[in-house]
Design a protein around this ligand. Sequence first.
Ligand code: SF4
Ligand code: SF4
Ligand code: FES
Length: 234
Amino acid sequence: MKITIKRYHPHFKPQYKDFTYEIPQNLTLLEALEYIKESIDNTLTFSKGCRSGVCGSCAVRVNEKEVLACEYKIEDGDKIEALNFIEPIRDLVVDIKKPLKTLKIAKTYLSKPNEISMNEKDEKLIRKQSDCILCAACYSSCPVFETNSNFLGPFALSRSYRYIADKREENKKEKIEAVISNGIFDCTLCGNCTVVCPQGIDPKRDILMIQSEALKYGYQNPNLSNFGSFGLDF
Ligand code: SF4
Ligand code: SF4
Ligand code: FES
């Protein structure tokens, strides 16, 4: 079977070029990439780690949808490319540093923890978001980055909700304040992030939950006030 890889080199012109490779059947995408590197072209560059869906380092796009290369079974005619909206380094490798900075901007940590003990129900509320493996698949799938490269993005906002919902956090207002600018109200609620997450995390739902918390703290959704100016009062 054949697959096509959109390859990138910062010093070649054109920087992007499609290459088609003949590969054996029944391979995961990561196995196919390793096969190409070992048997056809040792310059092919890609990221890998655990090989079992845990480390998050192998996320790429197949036919314009984000997948983990170690979990995806390759099909004839697949087109493989690097994640969207993240600075490319070489071929399928991207520079994850900028997306990771969003975690700091969104203050995704406990700022002012109290001594309250957590019960099973409290922990369940914040457990799923903690499964994030920072693969950035959701980030790549998010259409907001087409127009706003400073958007905080789905994984940072989902993790933000994990700390806003944490019973031990006493400074929830600080957490919410951190995700207002380029954050929760910039999300279009398209749900792409939720669809592609290999961990079953639901950033769209977490963003909606923060929006609802933010309203309690007096923040307004600016998009709704724009509707108001067209005569649609909510
Ligand atoms: S739901 Fe929001 S954060 Fe998720 S992909 Fe859509 S616009 Fe981006
Ligand atoms: S929320 Fe899901 S898709 Fe996004 S970085 Fe975390 S594990 Fe990956
Ligand atoms: S190699 Fe670790 S998630 Fe794929």
